[in-house]
Design a protein around this ligand. Structure first.
Ligand code: FE2
Length: 220
């Protein structure tokens, strides 16, 4: 038992939630998604109970110098995707939606800033033509190691950024159901475009250059 677990047991007895490793997390996620009626709060609790251990996730954490990367860890029997995202210094995503899926994000290393936005509103100009205004910010939050957060399309859109100029960041994301495209948004105009979601690596294996280079500049 790790020293911190001994302390946890001493102070909290059996009532304290036990931490789990990455293998346990994946097993318990499969159990949670076994039925068609998924309790997403329970899934979020499982993600929170996992305690980040770089030795377990390092093989998935493949960085790119220029952009953040998405590295597939597990396809969850087609029910969910578990993905490690690697954020170099100053890397950030576009503002995007989540294609009607649940998105749970857990910080594995470093810090990430999440800015949430409302969906673009439509206005009419003097000629009766529709136009969209600048995206309105809902809030901004910094997440630290082991923190967990949740978003779906009914909450709004978001952008995730590693604001640090010196430290990389790594996060673990669960999407359910898995999706292959999402929408990205221009902050100033609210204009929406479709973006393909791609993987930089799968199951710890780097994909070939061609696939990597085929990424659209703003996928999420
Ligand atoms: Fe997202």
């Amino acid at each position: 038992m790790e020293p911190w677990q001994v302390l946890q047991e001493r102070f909290h007895g059996n009532s304290a939630p036990k931490s789990i490793n990455l293998k346990d997390l994946i097993e318990q996620l499969y159990e949670a998604f076994a039925s068609n009626d998924v309790d997403i709060d329970h899934v979020q609790d499982l993600m929170a109970t996992y305690r980040s251990n770089p030795q377990e996730w390092r093989k998935f954490a493949k960085f790119d110098r220029y952009r953040y990367t998405r590295n597939l860890v597990d396809e969850g029997n087609g029910k969910f995707n578990l993905i490690v995202l690697c954020w170099g210094e100053g890397h950030g995503s576009a503002i995007h939606d989540h294609a009607d899926a649940h998105c749970i994000m857990k910080i594995l290393q470093g810090e990430l800033c999440e800015t949430k936005y409302k969906w673009p509103k439509k206005y009419l100009d003097n000629q009766g033509n529709e136009f969209q205004g600048e995206l309105e910010e809902i809030n901004r939050c910094i997440y630290k190691n082991n923190d967990v957060t949740y978003i779906n399309d009914s909450i709004g859109l978001h952008r995730v950024e590693n604001l640090s100029t010196v430290n990389p960041a790594v996060s673990l994301h669960l999407y359910s159901p898995p999706f292959s495209t999402c929408s990205v948004f221009n902050k100033q105009t609210g204009q929406k475009s479709t973006s393909k979601v791609t993987f930089w690596s799968k199951f710890g294996e780097r994909r070939n250059r061609e696939i990597q280079n085929a990424r659209t500049p703003e996928d999420n």
